[in-house]
Design a protein around this ligand. Structure first.
Ligand code: URA
Length: 297
């Protein structure tokens, strides 16, 4: 662990402790004092537990989308806090397979994007919700012909509750602007709607559990063109094994459950921030996207 050489030992120890926390993925302060959310959940009276929860539910987060504060209300109805689900979405989960199966059942039951957001907000089958501050469901215009799907939210997205609002989101906005689009003309979501701690890659189990929800979100948004941002999104949604440098710029058929649409894979903006020279490939992809939106390919 790196210590600062020119400061008093107690201060150095504190800085070392901070560095340890950051390295462990604890990189933002949510409260003035530590708060044991697991203890909160254990103390919740049985009467509060929803019908159907046959074992102790996984702890939820009071700040997650769906809990109803005006402070986070957005202008578009879909960006407002999710309404209560029609049926309780808590599930007694013993294994990732059971969680994925519960996710499939829950996702299948959603009749609108609002219902899907509400179901996700109360779905307790994915452990990521415990460490995430907010559910990151979507941003943009759900009526858009173009839907973009990334991998998972980062720290800025987790704090704000919207996808692609950090540095890679700002680059994405510039790329969209280059072909005449903005957040009023695209709809944006992620494969995994909760931030993995420390921005780690979501595990295959977490992806498998969240996949039915993003697939249903695509079906309900019903875009004409689906854009997978980065390899993990393309591999999950298009069931391909090849890396993104092989698949980018290519069109794939995608079955939404209602109809077949066109799907396109391109480089993730976070990758472009690390490899700026590759922006020339992304520019090629975005021009192809523009041609497709204009019906020229
Ligand atoms: N990267 C993603 O894949 N999604 C986001 O929302 C932000 C960064």
């Amino acid at each position: 662990m790196r210590l600062m050489p020119d400061i008093a030992p107690d201060r150095a120890a504190l800085l070392a402790l901070l560095e340890f926390h950051v390295a462990a993925g604890v990189d933002c302060a949510l409260d003035e004092i530590p708060h044991d959310r697991f203890a909160d959940d254990a103390a919740r009276p049985a009467a509060e537990a929803p019908a159907g929860a046959s074992v102790a539910p996984m702890p939820g987060r009071p700040a997650a989308a769906g809990s109803g504060s005006a402070a986070t209300a957005q202008s578009h109805p879909l960006l407002q806090r999710a309404p209560e689900p029609r049926t309780p979405a808590r599930v007694a989960v013993a294994s990732p397979e059971e969680a994925a199966s519960a996710a499939r059942d829950q996702a299948r039951s959603a009749r609108s994007l609002e219902e899907l957001a509400a179901l996700l907000a109360s779905f307790e089958g994915c452990g990521l919700r415990v460490t995430a501050k907010n559910l990151v469901f979507a941003d943009g215009n759900p009526q858009s012909r173009l839907m973009l799907v990334g991998e998972a939210p980062g720290g800025d997205e987790d704090r704000i509750g919207k996808p692609f609002v950090g540095r890679s989101g700002q680059l994405l906005d510039r790329m969209l602007a280059a072909i005449g689009l903005d957040r009023t003309s695209v709809y944006i979501a992620n494969i995994v709607p909760w931030r993995p701690p420390g921005n780690r890659t979501p595990t295959p189990q977490e992806v498998a559990i969240c996949r039915p929800f993003i697939e249903k979100q695509i079906e309900l948004a019903d875009p004409d063109i689906l854009v997978c941002l980065g390899g993990p999104s393309a591999q999950t949604l298009l069931s391909i094994k090849e890396g993104i440098l092989k698949t980018r710029g290519r069109w794939f058929p995608y079955q939404t459950g209602r109809r077949e649409i066109r799907a396109f894979a391109t480089l993730h903006p976070a990758y472009l921030l690390r490899q700026p020279l590759q922006k020339r490939l992304a520019w090629r992809d975005f021009r192809a996207l523009k041609r497709a939106l204009e019906g020229r390919t």
